[in-house]
Design a protein around this ligand. Structure first.
Ligand code: CMC
Length: 430
């Protein structure tokens, strides 16, 4: 009985099993709910719905805990690299030395995109949002991988396909920046590691020397690790939902990029910078801005604050704040937006409005400041998020496709429209 939930509807009682995860998270297994009771659940925003079992990422929102494959995010952010973390997410364990070497070398091997794809960039205006371009380009990649169209997961090591995707997305992101700047593309280099290679493709040029600063690599490394996965959020759920129809990996990821683009999700990092710039333009008065939020003035939100799951603090935000401050200091950058962000955070955390609603800075609050210091344009901040999230998305997609008895995602609804009525010919309509 301990592992059973009872539901009473009218004078009938129904029993449902309780499932329990390794961290003792409990869920009521309602797979037979409709069959037994004729009822469905009603959970807009799916805030109380466990849509899958997963062994990749664990979050305890009340305690502010985030772990990839059991390893605390703080440890990974301090000791790991993005490539190593991607391996961990994909394969479930940290790689041995030779495995890591082999895995890393694949990133170099697969960094190029097909030469024909370069022409696609010519079709976009310079002002086109880079997330739209990234999503289209990732979907277009599927044209070059017909083997992914097959229903079975390809026998080729899925890790290789993941690396191809992650590595090519990095090249696409850098190329779209070059296109925006009206500069020639810089090709990936075999002698550079993952993040230096990206920075080189972005900022080096035939007529300009670009020195890859270790502090910048370190800051991006940390950001990429922190963004690599985050269990069943909007973007990841989208990847799973699209993939559940057996759509190919690239199509599923392309949809995930669109979901992530939204300002309430990964697009928030862009909006935070725009919000801070606006506050700066208006004289830097953070109290006035907080008041605007409290008054619900034009639905103003404190972008980069609040989270569906974290109701204590977002462990990623703490690390990013420290990295942002350290990086700006090392680069000698005096960004007034950092000062405004710190003041804004302090002011918000004292306000009952934020305390009562358990609203704390999230991963997006300070990340934009790091990107600005590096020279990455504001609208490219969500692209940085997406590049890192590739590692989690592929891992989640594979896990979903390999789940025995995996079913297509197909939620129900509570219909509130007209009941049956007759068609009226146009000449008789009043
Ligand atoms: N500023 C002001 N009020 C807020 C904020 C905010 N940033 N976030 C939530 N609230 C209020 C909300 O209005 C509601 O108030 P009330 O109970 O009076 O109606 C209450 O707090 C609960 O919020 P909610 O909208 O029910 O929370 P949710 O779980 O549906 O939404 C969220 C979570 C992240 C979309 C939301 O907090 C938000 O819009 N934050 C700003 C955008 C943002 O920073 N997004 C990045 C999230 S982290 C990156 C990622 O997506 O992974």
């Amino acid at each position: 009985m301990k592992n059973t939930a009872k539901l009473i509807i009218g004078d009938k009682e129904y029993k449902f099993p309780i499932v329990e995860g390794t961290e003792h998270e409990k869920g009521i297994d309602i797979r037979n709910l409709r069959l037994q009771t004729g009822h469905t659940t009603y959970d807009p925003g799916l805030a109380n719905t466990g849509a899958c079992e997963s062994s990749i990422t664990f979050i305890d929102g009340e305690k502010g805990i985030l772990r990839y494959r059991g390893i605390p995010i703080e440890q990974l952010a301090t000791h790991s690299t993005f490539v190593e973390t991607a391996y961990l997410l994909l394969y479930g364990n940290l790689p041995k030395k030779n495995q890591l070497k082999d895995f890393s070398s694949k990133f170099t091997l697969h960094a190029m995109i097909h030469e024909d794809m370069k022409n696609f960039f010519d079709g976009y205006p310079a002002w086109g949002h880079p997330m739209g371009i990234l999503s289209s380009m990732v979907c277009s990649l599927s044209a070059y991988y017909p083997e992914l169209e097959k229903i079975e997961i390809p026998k080729k090591d899925i890790g290789t396909i993941a690396v191809e995707l992650i590595s090519k997305v990095r090249t696409i992101a850098a190329f779209s920046y070059k296109k925006k700047m009206g500069e020639p593309f810089v090709y990936p280099r075999a002698d550079l590691k993952f993040i230096p290679n990206f920075l080189n493709m972005m900022f080096s040029s035939t007529n300009r020397d670009y020195k890859i600063e270790p502090e910048v690599v370190h800051a991006l490394q940390t950001l990429f690790i922190l963004h690599a996965d985050h269990e069943q959020n909007c973007g990841t759920s989208t990847v799973r939902i699209v993939g559940s129809s057996w759509a190919n990996l690239f199509a599923s990821i392309s949809a995930g990029i669109c979901a992530l683009w939204g300002p309430l999700h990964g697009g928030a990092n862009q909006r935070v910078t725009e919000m801070l710039e606006k506050i700066q333009r208006n004289g830097g008065n953070v109290d006035k801005f907080i008041q605007k939020i409290k008054n619900r003035d034009s639905n103003t939100k404190l972008m980069g604050f609040g989270h569906r799951v974290y109701k204590n603090h977002d462990p990623r935000a703490k690390v990013i704040k420290a990295r942002a401050t350290a990086l700006l200091e090392k680069l000698g950058v005096d960004d007034p937006l950092l000062k405004i962000a710190i003041k804004l955070e302090e002011a918000a955390l004292k306000e009952d409005f934020f305390i009562e609603r358990k609203l704390y800075p999230n991963v997006d609050f300070y990340s934009g400041i790091i990107y600005r210091a590096i020279g990455i344009p504001t609208d490219m901040a969500p692209v940085m998020f997406a590049m890192a999230r590739m590692a989690g998305w592929v891992s989640q997609w594979v896990e979903m496709r390999e789940t025995p008895g995996m079913r297509i995602s197909r939620p129900r609804q509570i219909y509130t429209g007209e009941t049956e009525r007759d068609y009226i010919p146009v000449e008789k309509r009043k």
